[in-house]
Design a protein around this ligand. Sequence first.
Ligand SMILES: Cc1ncc(COP(=O)(O)O)c(C=O)c1O
Length: 407
Amino acid sequence: MTAARAFSDVMASRLASIRSEGRYRVFTPLQRRCGSFPQAAMFRADIDAHDVTVWCSNDYLALGQDRRLLDAMHASLEESGAGCGGTRNISGTHRDHVRLEEDLADYHGKEKALLFSSGYVANLTALATLGAHIEGLIVYSDEKNHNSIIEGLRLARADKRVFRHNDVQDLARLLKSDDRARPKLIVFESVYSMDGDIAPLKDIVKVAQEHDAMTYLDEVHAVGLYGPQGAGVAVREGVASSIDLIQGTLAKAFGTFGGYVAGDGETIDFLRSFGNGFIFTTALPPVLIAGARAAVKIVRDAEDLRVQQQNNVRLLKQRLRAKAIPFIDSASHIVPVIIGEASLCRKVSDALLEDYGLYMQPINYPTVARGSERLRLTPSPLHDEGPIETLVAAFEELWTRFHLHQS
Ligand SMILES: Cc1ncc(COP(=O)(O)O)c(C=O)c1O
């Protein structure tokens, strides 16, 4: 058999298998319409719909279309051009990178922050770098941690222990059974992206202190949304100063793109100096940095948007409950509506798009466990009563059409 044939056999069989399970990924091309969030034009050849309401965006506060942010980006583009022409070490550090890192450090109450190409790269690089250099390190990772954490830990040459999701007793048991003298790091998220639940931060910090473990917290789905100035769940719970490293993204509530880690000066300097995913790649373009700086400034003062978002989340949950549509009643802005089977989930999602102009991407295995396939709704401050009533009416009809109340 030729090498090309061997490659093709494997790939064709893997693709056929995800197709037969109904979890083949079908992209829905959109053109977001600046100024009319959450509306977008939709371009899927197999679906006869054009104007859609997007219900699954991570642009949580609709800042990606905020005039102040766009003005800052336009100005930067004219002043500095498109790219930055190099890695951070070789001609790519723009003064706005430095300023944004200062802004983010201040926002999280940390000494320093470091930008990465994305939140994914931030996790991958920070965890791989710590794991490769801290001799004897043991990492304790929540079982529902994001793929960027799992992959970062795979690259790390550290021993790993996986604790049951949000289970502080299990974490304590694992910590206790290891040699007290070895260095330890607990890695967890504040808001979990698929169930929307929130980690018991205070209890995890307490256990970490009892066992002299460092803490690394992914606040990707919380920054901009929770706590004073939206600085995250760690600030809201009063434990930010006890979390050693806070990781975040600029691509969700900040409406732009990029990731970061904030912490003490020495650790950030270490990641800057040894993190391959930081060193060997071109720096983020100044236009994005200008947008992100504007976004951080807007978000710090956006309590009205946070309140409006939470009001919409509450209203959506009330309406779903009233119509017996099953959802996970999490403590965050993420509202997962459970369908429970991959091909059915895709059918409901397609019908919402085609018949009602409502876009929610089906979420299937391996992103969530089999049997818990879902539509993940993320109401923004602009998904208010009108869009909520339209959505719930569509759910009601589809729940009858697909016999979902019986399943
Ligand atoms: C928990 C978590 N961490 C990290 C990331 C990666 O962030 P980014 O989209 O900025 O790469 C994601 C992405 O959705 C995430 O859900």
